[in-house]
Design a protein around this ligand. Sequence first.
Ligand code: ITT
Length: 194
Amino acid sequence: MGAKKEIIFITTNKDKVKEIQDLADAESKRIKIEHLEYDYPELQLAEIESVAKESANYIREKMTIKKPFFLEDSGLLIHALNGFPGPFSAFVFDKIGNEGILKLMADKKGEERKATFKTVVAFCESRKAVPVLFVGTAEGEIAEEIRGGGGFGYDPIFEFEGTGKTFAELSTEEKNKISHRGRAFRKLLDYLSI
Ligand code: ITT
């Protein structure tokens, strides 16, 4: 077996790092993820894809980074709220948290509670390469109450479809198998053939 491919993952979110490291260990023996903590300015664009792409372009321009790298932008899209908070998920989480989302959803029943979690990975083989995007989604619904001690962010209110369990009630390993992030990251591994 040859040397492992070293790829830099740029994020300020330690929970994302844990999930990605666990995914890399579980899915491939030929990849090594190095975490770079860097707080790039998050553009307030209307699509998660655009945020991921333009963030990668910002890093290509501003940083001398010598290895392949990726970052990802994730968001929760609540169908009855026309995809809100979507690309504004970090801002909304900081301002109103899971309790605030549950209040917004108080009069919503059944189908009206449907939601999609989405991750867009933006990967650059080098500073010169335009970002390649990989999208992963998970379908579910907004729970009636906060449940589970694991996960992070919106996990305690996102019930994965057909299971009745929130992401916060799953182990990292279980969440990775079915999550938006797991799906997007496995597409990156397929693309790299590793
Ligand atoms: P970076 O931009 O530095 O990577 P961040 O935490 O700001 O870190 P995002 O903008 O992608 O990352 O995240 C948007 C929000 O969605 C933020 O509040 C996260 O906590 C939350 N989030 C992201 N992925 C999640 C997941 O798998 N489960 C629950 N919440 C998640």
